[in-house]
Write a protein that binds this ligand. Structure first.
Ligand code: CAA
Length: 261
């Protein structure tokens, strides 16, 4: 992976198996322009197809993960324009189809579409300096990239209404307390390093099992419990056809393996 082709993002591989995408539009606090999102989709697809990559970390700067959709790009669009171009449909065209785990490492501002992008990741890590919000109501609009659905699924209706109807911010510490973030670190550096470490661990697991695990957890968001459990069992059975299952269960019978973190 190389950053050379990109103007709004950086791509890197900080450790074996880990793809790192850094949003890099500092002068606009990583506002998610169409150009930036096209590059992000491209980089995600490349890492997904790259056999050396096992998991992907998505981050921004210490100051901003992303300050939302690009307001300058958005301000003159009419109803006809947004429906004709199917505005921000590209935000959902690729990410839901990425099969490798995506960990968002969120520091600084994550507002509007920035918060929604973070919520699209499989795992969200943040630092205590992170500030999240869905401020669209202040612009006379509403979240347009899944925020009203994903945030509500996580924090519940009452808290989601409280946040989305006022546009107020919540901190990284609150995000962790409410289950929006899996972990909240003390500094931005620890947050990104923590995400890279976790991605590295996942990259060291059976690829076929990690893919299956991501798929079944995501199914829990769409299916009822009975169908979800059924789907899980079928997928579980399928893994018995993999070599990794044969090697993994054999190794699990040896003592040090079960002691390992
Ligand atoms: N779009 C375009 N440019 C943005 C931007 C955005 N969302 N957010 C910040 N910028 C730009 C600013 O215009 C400014 O550029 P100039 O220097 O050229 O004026 C630069 O980034 C730095 O911003 P500030 O000077 O405002 O920085 P700050 O530290 O004082 O404030 C902030 C930070 C509180 C995040 C503030 O920038 C802010 O409120 N930004 C807008 C946040 C927002 O409303 N986002 C929601 C957008 S709507 C949406 O996302 C729709 C959806 O659901 C998909």
């Amino acid at each position: 992976a190389t950053s050379a082709r990109y103007e709004n993002i950086l791509v890197d591989s900080p450790k074996p198996g880990v793809g790192l995408i850094t949003l890099n539009r500092p002068r606009a606090l990583n506002a998610l322009s169409s150009a930036l999102f096209a590059e992000l989709n491209n980089a995600l697809t490349e890492f997904d197809h790259d056999s050396t990559t096992g998991a992907i970390v998505l981050t921004g700067s210490e100051k901003a993960f992303a300050a939302g959709a690009d307001i300058k790009e958005m301000k003159d669009l009419t109803f006809s324009d947004v429906t004709n171009i199917n505005f921000i449909a590209s935000w959902s065209s690729t990410i839901p189809h990425i099969r490798k785990p995506i960990i968002a490492a969120v520091n600084g501002h994550a507002h509007g579409g920035g918060c929604e992008l973070a919520l699209m990741a499989d795992i969200l890590y943040c630092s205590s300096s992170a500030s999240f919000s869905q401020p669209e109501i202040k612009l006379g609009i509403i979240p347009g990239a899944g925020g009203s659905q994903r945030l509500t699924n996580i924090v519940g209706k009452s808290r989601a209404m409280d946040l989305i109807l006022t546009g107020r911010s919540f901190s990284g510490v609150e995000a962790e307390r409410w289950g929006v973030a899996a972990r909240c670190f003390e500094s931005a550096e620890e947050c990104v390093n923590g995400a890279v470490d976790t991605a590295g661990k996942m990259a060291g697991m059976s690829r076929v099992a990690v893919r299956a695990a991501k798929e079944v957890v995501n199914k829990s968001q769409d299916l009822g419990l009975r169908e979800g459990v059924e789907y899980e069992r079928k997928t579980f059975h399928g893994l018995f056809g993999s070599k990794d299952q044969k090697i993994g269960t054999l190794l699990a019978l040896t003592w040090p393996y079960t002691q390992a973190d």
